[in-house]
Design a protein around this ligand. Structure first.
Ligand code: DAT
Ligand code: MG
Length: 138
């Protein structure tokens, strides 16, 4: 089991002014920031990042949303990082997310759900590599 995961604060949460509150919740939960940047995805790069979902009916909406404004990307480190971070963010649909989770607190809707969290160690590595070079990790 790897001790790293990858996250994005999505365009809705950045636009709504929650980036600081979300990063505070992440570090307060014991995750160390290995790498961190504010950036913006082009439609092409958002489409590539979410290519696994390209046959899903919401893919076009997802790509449009994820390229609609700046995001925060980060690699996080903690024991059991992938599973513990999924617990911290809550269910994909904020209406179904547990009280106190980041999506419950800060997400707008199923499609605009404030944060991304990797779903496996392998995807955490692939997604971190998508955004960060080795020299950007500390
Ligand atoms: P998660 O982000 O919890 O890993 P996912 O990988 O199944 O969820 O989907 C990726 C993103 O796509 C999700 O964060 C929000 C969006 N999405 C998922 N299901 C959706 C749906 N039924 N309608 C609209 N957007 C959806
Ligand atoms: Mg996912």
């Amino acid at each position: 089991m790897s001790n790293r995961t990858f996250t994005m604060v999505k365009p809705d949460a950045v636009a709504n002014g929650y980036e600081g509150a979300i990063l505070e919740k992440i570090t307060a939960a014991g995750f160390r920031l290995v790498a961190l940047k504010k950036t913006r995805l082009s439609p092409e790069s958002a489409g590539a990042f979410y290519a696994v979902h390209r046959e899903r009916p919401f893919y076009g909406e997802l790509v449009e949303f994820m390229s609609s404004g700046p995001i925060i990307a980060a690699i996080l480190e903690k024991d059991n990082a992938v599973a513990d971070f999924r617990t911290l963010i809550g269910a994909t649909d904020p209406a179904k997310a547990d009280e106190g989770t980041i999506r419950k607190l800060y997400a707008e809707s199923l499609g605009r759900n404030a944060v991304h969290g990797s779903d496996s160690d392998e995807n955490a590595r692939i997604e971190g590599d998508f955004f960060f070079s080795g020299l950007e990790r500390f």
